[in-house]
Design a protein around this ligand. Structure first.
Ligand code: SAH
Length: 398
């Protein structure tokens, strides 16, 4: 890690990095073939060999690493990691102080100054997500910085850097005390069961916190709610606590049944008063149309890509049709909550899918609310694609 490699940036891209763009991408690099070992420190220079910044090599999606500083005299060492982690931890003071929310993101990659990893806090336990082998080479720095600056009981990790950027199955325990799972965390007073050593997903997606709160506080009272791609039923739990007349949760995965019952029960909701269905959402849409079932609120939160026996779904190609399916079973004056975490298109494009879907069904709508990532999922203006979450609350007028 001590040696650093000089990476030459093509003239036409140099100014982008000078303006703060943090992701090193293929087209920008002159001597790509010099990149051999992930974790290598890089010194970026322009074609006249003038200093641009320092970073590291790590393959993550389409990226080849991250710029970490644009100061020539700043070293990438333990104290660099300490400073970035401390700053991130201090800037989450409102979360540390809030007894009703005990799960939040305390370090969000490039948004907090170091691309390639994130750290989440779950009531005393930390979860690190590593997105490349390159950043994993710095893991001792990260662990040391966490030991210095955070009080915690134990640390778990997810290595998300096999060839496809998928999670690598492993014992995810790193250090400290092992937790008794589930860890029961709170979010705006609501309980969630969290499992940090049970595959890639832990039971709750923290980036939807503000969306869940809106659903509970503003949209659920007295309403019938369909939650599609429901996973552990987090949106259903918030809707139920917001006074929903009934929620229906639909997910293809067998585990979603017991997981949803668990989340309802933790919050003292009678799960038998609600419907939980293990089935393909697309079949559920057909079933609802056939039975003429309509809902006051329909929540759409699909994975970016999904394949089931009959369907192949990709958010980029099929979201418009998904909205049309939802329109067909939403009451007039009802609400569609459309969400995606796909980074490949922006809010404007997402809105165009909504517009197209209503046009094609001769409907009318109004956008009531827009959400992107919450405050603890810090992003930087220089890297807008880091703000991947897009959620729209849409009123179906007719
Ligand atoms: N909305 C959830 C997160 C969804 S994760 C939340 O807020 O917690 C995506 C989920 O979609 C997974 O649980 C997966 O099992 C489910 N899924 C994928 N394809 C599906 C399909 N065709 N029908 C139903 N569920 C599907």
């Amino acid at each position: 890690m001590s040696e650093s490699l000089t990476l030459q940036i093509k003239s036409k891209f140099a100014s982008r990095f000078q303006d703060g763009y943090p992701l090193i991408f293929k087209e920008a690099v002159v001597n790509l073939h010099d990149l051999k070992e992930e974790g290598t420190l890089l010194e970026l220079v322009d074609e006249q060999n003038r200093f641009i910044g320092k970073g590291y090599y790590g393959q993550q999606n389409k990226g080849y690493g991250w710029v970490l500083t644009r100061k020539e005299n700043e070293s990438i060492d333990q104290s660099f990691f300490n400073r970035k982690l401390k700053k991130a931890i201090d800037s989450r003071q409102t979360f540390w102080d809030d007894p009703n929310t005990t799960a939040f993101r305390l370090f969000n990659g490039e948004g907090d100054g170091i691309g390639g990893f994130t750290v989440d806090y779950f009531d005393g336990y930390l979860l690190i997500n590593w997105y490349s082998e390159g950043i994993y080479k710095f893991n001792e720095f990260v662990l040391e910085a966490l030991k210095i600056h955070v009080e915690f009981k134990g640390i778990y990790e997810k290595k998300r850097f096999d060839q496809k950027g998928q999670y690598i199955e492993d014992d995810d325990f790193v250090l400290g005390e092992r937790a008794d799972f589930p860890i029961v965390v709170k979010e705006n007073g609501v309980h969630f069961a969290v499992y940090l050593n049970d595959g890639a997903m832990v039971g709750v997606f923290l980036d939807q916190r503000d969306v869940r709160k809106s659903i509970r506080d503003m949209y659920s009272n007295g309403k019938t709610v369909l939650n599609t791609f429901s996973y552990t039923g987090a949106f259903s739990v918030f809707a139920a606590l917001g006074g929903a007349e009934k929620t229906t949760s639909v997910d293809l995965a067998n585990r979603s049944m017991s997981k949803t019952i668990e989340q309802f029960s933790l919050n003292e909701i009678d799960y038998e008063a609600h419907e939980i269905r293990v089935m393909d959402v697309f079949n559920y849409f057909k079933y609802a149309v056939r039975k003429e079932i309509k809902f006051d609120m329909v929540i759409l939160d699909p994975p970016s890509f999904a394949r089931s026996k009959k369907h192949r779904f990709s958010v980029a190609k099929d979201y418009k049709d998904l909205i049309k399916d939802a329109i067909a079973i939403t009451e007039d004056k009802g609400t569609i909550v459309a969400s995606t975490n796909y980074a490949g298109f922006d809010m404007k494009k997402f809105k165009s899918f909504v517009d197209q879907a209503f046009k094609e069904t001769n409907g009318k709508y109004k956008i009531l609310q827009e959400h992107s990532l919450p405050e603890d999922f810090k992003t930087t203006e220089a890297f807008p694609e880091g703000n991947y979450l897009k959620v729209l609350f849409i009123q179906k007028i007719r």
